[in-house]
Design a binder for this molecule. Structure first.
Ligand SMILES: Nc1nc2c(ncn2[C@@H]2O[C@H](COP(=O)(O)OP(=O)(O)OP(=O)(O)O)[C@@H](O)[C@H]2O)c(=O)[nH]1
Ligand SMILES: [Mg+2]
Length: 311
C-alpha cells in the first residue's frame, strides 16, 4: 500500500491506474489510500462535463486538455460510462495531436464503468478525482453522460460544470426540460459547424431570459472536431472560476461538496456495517414475521430493527 501511495504522489501513470482500480473494486483499500493521500488533495481545479450522448464531450475534452497542457497544466481525465471510446470519436489528426501532446503523460485518461463502483457513482468519481488531484494534476476533468438524475449528482462534485449540447441531437430539448440545464455553470453548444447551432443558442437564451437566476449563464459555441472555440470556452471557464473565488462562492461550494461527501460516506459505512452482525439476518426475519402476522406495522418493525442493529 505504501508503495502505491508513493507512486500516486509521484504521478506515475501505472500507480494512478492501480489506485483507480481500487476505487472500482476494493472500497476499504481505496479508503485507506485516500486517507494516506489526504494532505495532498484539494489543489486541482475540478471540471465536470456532461451532456447528451454523442454531443462531443470527449472530443471537446481532448481539445481543452491539449490546450491547457500547452499552457503548462497537468490534466487528469476520467470518463464514466462512455458510450463511445474516449478518443474513438476524435479525428485521426486530433488523436495524433493528443498523443504528441501526451508524450510526457501530462494528460492522464481513464474510463470507468459506474456499476464497478461500490458506494455509487458520485462517491466513486469523487474518490478518483481525489487520486488524480493528489497525483499532481492541476486540472481534473470528469465526463459523464447526462441522461439521468445520478449523472447530474456527479456534476455537483465539480468546481465548474459544463453542459455540452449539439444542434443535431434532439436530446437538447430534452436536456432543457430535465434538470441537466440547472446543473450548468457554462453551456457549450458544440458542433457549431452543423445547422441549427444559432437556433439552439437563441432557444436556450430565450428560456434563460425567463429566469433571473439563469440569465447570466455563459453560452459558448464550439466545434470540437476542428478545435474551434476552445480558447473562448477556456476563457469563459477561467472567468467563471475567478468570479466564484472573488465572491467566496468557490469555497462555499467546496464546503457543500465536502458536506455531501462526508454524509455519503457515513451512509455508505452504515449500509456496510448494518448487516454485519451475526444475528442480523435472524432479527430481520423476525421483523418480517411481525409484519406479516400483523403484530407490527412495516414502519414500526423497520424502526425497531434499525434501533437493534445500530445499538
Ligand atoms: N461535426 C462535428 N462533429 C463532432 C464535433 N465534435 C465531435 N464530433 C463528432 O461527434 C461524435 C461524438 O463525439 P464524442 O466526443 O465521442 O461525443 P461524446 O459526447 O463524448 O459521446 P459519449 O461519451 O458517447 O456520450 C464523434 O463522431 C465526433 O467526431 C464537432 O464539433 N462537429
Ligand atoms: Mg464521451
Amino acid at each position: 500500500m505504501h508503495e502505491l501511495t508513493t507512486g500516486v504522489l509521484a504521478g506515475e501513470p501505472l500507480a494512478m491506474a492501480r489506485a483507480i482500480s481500487l476505487v472500482e473494486n476494493d472500497p476499504s483499500e481505496a479508503a485507506q489510500l485516500i486517507h494516506d493521500l489526504h494532505s495532498k488533495i484539494g489543489k486541482a481545479l475540478r471540471i465536470g462535463v456532461t451532456g447528451p450522448p454523442g454531443a462531443g464531450k470527449s472530443t471537446l475534452i481532448n481539445e481543452v486538455a491539449v490546450s491547457l497542457r500547452d499552457s503548462g497544466e497537468k490534466i487528469g481525465i476520467v470518463a464514466v460510462d462512455p458510450s463511445s471510446p474516449f478518443t474513438g470519436g476524435a479525428l485521426l489528426g486530433d488523436r495524433v495531436r493528443m498523443q504528441k501532446a501526451n508524450e510526457d503523460f501530462s494528460i492522464f485518461i481513464r474510463s470507468m464503468a459506474s456499476r464497478g463502483m461500490p458506494g455509487g457513482v458520485a462517491k466513486g468519481t469523487a474518490d478518483v478525482a481525489d487520486i488524480l488531484d493528489a497525483s499532481g494534476r492541476t486540472c481534473v476533468i470528469v465526463e459523464t453522460v447526462g441522461v439521468g438524475q445520478s449523472e447530474i449528482e456527479v456534476t455537483k462534485l465539480a468546481d465548474v460544470t459544463l453542459v455540452v449540447l449539439s444542434p443535431e441531437s434532439g436530446d437538447s430539448i430534452q436536456a432543457m426540460k430535465s434538470g441537466l440545464m440547472e446543473a450548468a455553470d457554462i453551456i457549450v453548444i458544440n458542433k457549431r459547424d452543423r445547422p441549427g447551432a444559432d437556433k439552439l443558442m437563441s432557444d436556450i437564451q430565450g428560456a434563460f431570459q425567463l429566469s433571473t437566476r439563469r440569465r447570466d449563464v455563459p453560452i459558448v459555441q464550439t466545434s470540437a472536431a476542428t478545435a474551434q472555440g476552445i480558447s473562448d470556452l477556456i476563457t469563459a471557464a477561467r472567468k467563471y472560476i475567478e468570479s466564484q473565488k472573488a465572491s467566496g462562492e468557490f469555497a462555499a461550494r467546496r464546503r457543500r461538496i465536502a458536506t455531501e461527501r462526508v454524509k455519503g460516506i457515513v451512509e455508505f459505512f452504515m449500509r456496510q456495517t448494518l448487516w454485519e452482525s451475526a444475528d442480523s439476518q435472524a432479527r430481520l426475519e423476525s421483523a418480517v414475521n411481525d409484519v406479516l402476522e400483523y403484530r407490527r406495522s412495516l414502519y414500526d418493525a423497520a424502526r425497531a430493527l434499525l434501533k437493534e442493529l445500530t445499538r
